[in-house]
Design a protein. Structure first.
Length: 329
């Protein structure tokens, strides 16, 4: 069986990043160098040719791999990221994958070939191919939005946010609730938010919820909401996994002459600026995307400079009670 960088690191008793740094010509102590060299000699490990090609001096560029550009959360996060990087002498290179997983993998390798110093991946799904690529390129990578135990990750507290939304909607007297979520391949948005909501639901035996799935785009949410609103048992409230989905629900309701919140209550997640400007304004969970981008930038700079950071960082949120939920208690 072929040995990997992880195997070498485990046998030598050092971090995987230390082995990667050694293989890529970086600075390690003499003692550590001898340990790694001895293990490589004993195991017959052959360094990955791709990683070896990256020994040349890195640039002052940081790469950001994003799933789409027409997203409020992405644009706000990237703006904060770019501002922080510029203040610290780095430039940002953005690759848009258009929600294509294979393009995400290609982007990791492409950025490494361009001698990028570090990468922030706006993760929607983490596969074995992602993890293999991160290991092979041997440069600092941070997952933003999803977490993995072996890669530095920054996430929002989606489970707690889902729980708060659930408690709130039940406290307003709603016992027949629809939850309009997204694919569970997206662990943060598709699973964690729903699990938090379900926990709140279980604590109130009178409440019941029906679960539906939508795409992320507003047009997909309009279609999904139409099926719910035209069904035989229209709920008194729809909890939506994102603000975009909530806006789609509100549009579908408006098309049917359904008043919000008198006839239907709606909530979202995200805290997009537009949700405060519309009428009725949307009750939602506000994530501070700009701050998250700044933090991601600071952390990737620390990794590039070989400073230690926490493997997992959890970002907080703010609950925004507005006008889109009626009290029917």
């Amino acid at each position: 069986m072929k040995n990997t960088i992880s195997d070498i690191a485990k046998i030598a008793g050092v971090a995987k990043s230390t082995v990667s740094r050694y293989l890529n010509g970086g600075s390690v102590s003499d003692v550590t160098r001898r340990k790694i060299e001895q293990v490589i000699k004993e195991t017959g490990y052959i360094p990955n040719s791709f990683a070896q090609s990256l020994k040349a001096k890195k640039t002052s560029m940081i790469g950001a791999i994003v799933p789409r550009l027409d997203s409020y959360s992405v644009s706000q996060t990237v703006t904060g990221m770019d501002e922080e990087l510029r203040q610290n002498g780095y430039q940002l290179m953005i690759i848009n994958t258009n929600q294509n997983l294979s393009r995400e993998i290609e982007a990791l390798y492409d950025l490494a070939r361009q001698k990028i110093s570090g990468i922030i991946l706006f993760a929607t799904e983490i596969t074995e191919a992602h993890l293999n690529a991160v290991e092979e390129i041997g440069i600092p990578v941070i997952f933003l939005g999803q977490q993995h135990q072996d890669v530095h990750s920054i996430i929002y507290n989606d489970y707690a946010a889902g729980y708060d939304i659930g408690q709130y909607i039940i406290s307003k007297g709603h016992h027949r609730i629809a939850y309009l979520g997204v694919t569970e391949k997206d662990v943060a948005v598709g699973i964690q938010r729903k699990l938090g909501f379900q926990k709140a639901l279980k604590e109130q035996k009178k409440a019941e919820a029906y679960f539906f799935e939508s795409g992320f785009r507003m047009s997909a949410a309009v279609e999904a909401a139409s099926g719910i609103l035209d069904g035989p048992n229209r709920p008194s409230a729809i909890v939506c996994a994102t603000d975009n989905i909530a806006l789609g629900v509100m549009k579908a309701a408006h098309m049917r002459g359904i008043d919000i919140p008198q006839d239907l209550s709606v909530t979202g997640f995200g805290g997009y600026d537009v949700t405060e400007m519309i009428h009725p304004s949307l009750t939602t969970v506000k994530y501070k995307y700009w701050d998250g981008g700044c933090l991601a930038a600071r952390q990737v700079i620390k990794l590039v400079q070989e400073e230690s950071i926490d493997l997992l960082t959890i970002l907080h949120y703010e609950f925004m009670e507005r006008e889109s939920v009626d009290n029917i208690k």
